[in-house]
Write a protein that binds this ligand. Structure first.
Ligand code: CO
Length: 208
């Protein structure tokens, strides 16, 4: 992939957008009012807007290795704060994907340097759900299930923040967990029971 091609592609894209709507970019430049904050994996095969079929301006997006929500990650916490307090998003989605390299690495005995502390958070997810995961004898199915449980735990990490607890109480913000099945292209709603989880963890994590 050469850069020349990328800039050519961009010219075509601009022309296409303007042919449909001459005011497309001047409208975009006026501001954004996305209703969804999407937290997904950086994986090059899991393109947020494409797989959801959404347009620029519709979804606020944060991506990192293995779609993690870590309490001391200033980047993710800033994104969540900005999206909830300033953009007033109505929904937060954590979207994982099968065959996630980050999740796979956490299942292996490998020293990955700076990635060790990052991926250790996924090992913690494994430890929390060790009984269920160890009962799955098929390696692929165990890997898939860890991807799903990691999404669930990252949703819980979102719920542990004060901004989310406040927005839930004041305007009914929701948190959802999805998985993108890279083998079929399908987006799967894990149907995480947000209200139940919230009630369950608030005993310990209530901040406001
Ligand atoms: Co991934």
């Amino acid at each position: 992939m050469d850069f020349e091609k990328i800039f050519k592609n961009n010219e075509h894209w601009v022309a296409e957008k303007l042919a449909l709507n001459p005011g497309y970019f001047s409208d975009l430049s006026k501001g954004q009012t996305p209703e969804i904050l999407y937290i997904g994996c950086s994986d090059s095969r899991v393109t947020a807007e494409d797989l959801m079929g959404v347009q620029p301006g519709e979804v606020f997006i944060h991506r990192n290795v293995a779609n993690m929500v870590i309490s001391i990650d200033m980047n993710a916490m800033s994104v969540i704060n900005y999206a909830v307090r300033h953009l007033k998003v109505k929904h937060i989605v954590v979207c994982g994907h099968y065959e996630c390299g980050g999740v796979k690495a956490s299942l292996q005995q490998t020293d990955l340097g700076i990635l060790n502390p990052w991926l250790r958070n996924i090992r913690d997810v494994y430890r929390l759900h060790r009984e269920e995961l160890n009962a799955i004898s098929n390696e692929q199915q165990r890997f898939d299930r860890l991807v799903e449980l990691n999404v669930q735990e990252q949703c819980i990490n979102v719920i542990k923040t004060a901004v989310i607890q406040e927005a839930y109480r004041e305007r009914g913000l929701t948190v959802s967990g999805w998985v993108f099945d890279i083998r079929t292209g399908k987006l799967i709603d894990l149907k995480i029971d947000f209200t139940k989880i919230l009630a369950d963890i608030m005993e310990i994590y209530r901040l406001i």
